[in-house]
Each structure stands twice: as structure tokens, then as C-alpha cells.
Ligand binder design. Structure first.
Ligand SMILES: Nc1ncnc2c1ncn2[C@@H]1O[C@H](COP(=O)(O)OP(=O)(O)OP(=O)(O)O)[C@@H](O)[C@H]1O
Length: 220
């Protein structure tokens, strides 16, 4: 299966131009990431600020200064007074825990991604995403009986159906045991290869990110 080609803007280099300072309570840290790669990983110890960095990119945490540009889109720039609201940043965010909606079945969770503006776009369609992630047999199931790996595939599908311009993955394998990690990795690689989207993959584990990312950045 092949998904539609990436935006022209996304083909421009560098893909990531991030230079920000974040403050959160006593936590204060600068982050500088410049990369021409499409898929990068961010690694660092617990508390280094990896999740905070993703929150800043998603528009959930405002940097005290700096800029964030990804694939040619300026999401934040304190000097130019640019601060796109979260819903206009078009981010597909996948968390450690899948955070599926327990009152919806798998199909309902996937279709949730397609609400609002996303419903008018056709780049990532339900059938193609279901096939990409191998979740056809799960569509009518509730979320309670799904394995951790299945939940993460549904969460990935929901994120892609929201028609994102950027995908952020915050330790998507960390709740899974080793066997389940090995099962999920090929799906993450398919998403990476088939969607053509810029991706940031956060993890504690350099070994894992080498299988996903083209370039690894350490923070902390
Ligand atoms: N809402 C908050 N208020 C105050 N401090 C916070 C808040 N959220 C996070 N922090 C602090 O910011 C720092 C960075 O946290 P963050 O979760 O970004 O790190 P991390 O690298 O993602 O860690 P982990 O790998 O354990 O998830 C930590 O010291 C944390 O205690």
C-alpha cells in the first residue's frame, strides 16, 4: 500500500529547527535541535525534559523564548510573536499509554481522529490506515480486551486519521514487554516509511531508536 506523497513544504530542509527555553516550576532547560532528517529521535534520562519538549512542539507548553519550525512550518517564534494554537499545529501525538476512549469501540476510536477539519481531508483514509496497521480484525472490538501492542496500533491509527502534518511519539513502547515491543516496531517502521511525515520519537533507549530514527539527539 502506498499513501499519498508528502507536502512540498515538508521536503524542504532542514526539517527541524528548534531552539527554545522551557520553564516548568524549578525545571529550566534550553533545547537546540537542527536536523535535515525527516525522522529524529530524542533520548535522555528521566526528567531531562523530553516530554516537556514534545508538549512545547504540540502547543501545550509555551517556551519562555525561541522558535520551533518543522518541515517549513513556523509553529512558534517569540521574537515574531508567532504562537499557533495547539489545534492548528496539526500534530499526531501518541503517548506511552494509548489513552483510547473506553466508551468507544476500536472503529469509534479511529473515527474520533477524523472529526472537525480532518474530516475534510482525504490524505489518510480509514481503510488505508486500518490496512497499514493491521487492525481490521479489531474494528468491532471494545478497547478493554486489547493487548498493549494492539492499543498502541489503534492509538497510532487515530493519530494518523487526524490528518497530522507532524507525528510525535512519546515512548510508545515503554509499557510493553520485550516480545510486544518487537511486534510493534515493524508497524512503527511502516508508519515512518509510508506516511512520509516528519516524526520525533522519544525514548530512554538508544538501541530502540536506532531502529526507527535517522538521527538521534540527546537532551539533558
Ligand atoms: N506540570 C509541571 N509542573 C512543574 N514541573 C514539571 C511539570 N511537568 C514536568 N515538570 C518537571 O519538568 C522536568 C522535566 O519533565 P519531563 O516529563 O519533560 O521529563 P522527561 O525527560 O520526559 O522524563 P521521563 O523520561 O521520566 O518521562 C522534571 O523535573 C519534571 O519534574
Amino acid at each position: 500500500m502506498s499513501l499519498p506523497a508528502n507536502d512540498a513544504a515538508a521536503a524542504r530542509a532542514p526539517s527541524f529547527d528548534i531552539d527554545i527555553e522551557l520553564r516548568r516550576g524549578d525545571f529550566r532547560r534550553s533545547f537546540a535541535i537542527r536536523s535535515e532528517q525527516r525522522v529524529i529521535a530524542v533520548v535522555g534520562d528521566s526528567g531531562a525534559g523530553k516530554t516537556s519538549l514534545l508538549h512545547a512542539i504540540a502547543g501545550l507548553l509555551r517556551p519562555s523564548r525561541g522558535h520551533i519550525e518543522i518541515a517549513g512550518r513556523r509553529l512558534f517564534d517569540s521574537a515574531a510573536r508567532i504562537d499557533l494554537p495547539a489545534h492548528r499545529r496539526r500534530i499526531g501525538y501518541v503517548f506511552q499509554d494509548a489513552r483510547l476512549f473506553p466508551h468507544l469501540d476500536v472503529r469509534g476510536n479511529l473515527l474520533y481522529g477524523l472529526r472537525g477539519e480532518a474530516a475534510r481531508e482525504t490524505r489518510f483514509q480509514l481503510d488505508a490506515i486500518v490496512e497499514l496497521l493491521g487492525i481490521g480484525p479489531l474494528l468491532a472490538r471494545g478497547t478493554a480486551g486489547l493487548s498493549g501492542g494492539e492499543m498502541q496500533r489503534v492509538a497510532l491509527g487515530r493519530a494518523l486519521l487526524s490528518q497530522p502534518r507532524i507525528v510525535l511519539l512519546d515512548e510508545p513502547l515503554s509499557m510493553l514487554d520485550m516480545n510486544r515491543r518487537d511486534e510493534l516496531l515493524p508497524y512503527l517502521q511502516r508508519v515512518r516509511d509510508e506516511t512520509g511525515l516528519p516524526m520525533i520519537y522519544v525514548s530512554h533507549y538508544p538501541e530502540e531508536v536506532r531502529r526507527i530514527a535517522e538521527e538521534v539527539h540527546s537532551v539533558g
